[in-house]
Design a binder for this molecule. Sequence first.
Ligand code: EMZ
Length: 390
Amino acid sequence: MKHLDPSEMSCPFAAARQETGIGKMDDQNDPVTILLRLKDVRKTAHNWKTFQSEATPGRIVIPSEVNIRETRQIPFEIDPPRHGEYRSLVEAWFKRPLEEDYTSKLTTQIEMAIDEALKNSSLEAVTEMALPIQSRALTLLLNTPYEEAETWISWGTHVFRSEGEALDANKANVLYDYIDRELDKSAKNPGEDLYSVLLNSDFEGRKLNKEEAEGVMVLTFAGGRDTVINALTNSIAYFAEHPESLERIRKEPEITGKTVEELIRYFSPLTQMGRVVTEDTSVCDEDIKADTRVSLCWASANRDESVFENANEVVIDRKINPHVGFGFSHHKCLGATHARQIMKVFIKVLSKKVERIEILDHKDNIEELGEFKRKIGFHSLKVKLHSKLS
Ligand code: EMZ
């Protein structure tokens, strides 16, 4: 096998994407037909009538979470037109990361994290950098006290999975109990946080109920966790191996927005998302039966060589970049504004304060997807940050 640098992420889907456009994987006896081309992924994402999200809760996620949760995540596991009604309740809230005050608090948090890291002779970037940054930034999105992040940090990188990738119902229950308690607190004593905002929302002529609020909160905690952590850790590895890119951003900070999009395309922090087929259909000449699953493989679509020039390279100022790293169509990522701001601020602060990054050790996190194996990030990434001043 070709030796890969730690930051290099090859695309395991390339041959299948070119040959047939589809891949197959089993997942807990509920097989998945994986759609690999950008055009098919987009078309299928649009067609919610045939490819639904509102199936048994957890079934559109791969690996399926049907055995570990019953709560429907909202708006993610709801189809139009109700999907839009739920989404409109929270859309403005999830755009707050664009506000100046939010960005300035986020900048302070990230500056503190990087200053702290610069004091250490080495650190493990997943648990000592990416996880705390993600968790502390989440206090801004939820508008809860900064100290709450300590509890979330103690849960580790994934709320539904333990080390070794097994789905873990006990771990999921910790999150459910926590959200339950917080919703009760906000019901008794409403404040300015997301829990209170949800419980106070009007939906179809009534107040949103606790179960629905829980559905939004679980998604907020789970959806942006390992994804953001992987995006940050992969960025650290990338800049460690490409100091020239860090230098370029130092000189031309105005390209940072493009760099964020390109890194999201290249890393594709969420490999795929499923849909349940409602009627017999076919994609890429493949017959697909009702009540089976397909997946929209963002990671493969983002390397589609018929769309992206030099698809397997990071071009930090890529001009035309119609990537689907945040999904596509009505279900595109609700947390994308927040995630983009975290990445943007992180890269800017890194370029200002850090001269170079040294990788001391790393352990890759590889997803097993049937015939495909895909690197999604790191189990651990030990690095040393060298200050610009030293
Ligand atoms: C689900 C999913 C949402 C799922 C946008 O992705 O993220 C996964 O990490 C969770 O396990 O439950 O929230």
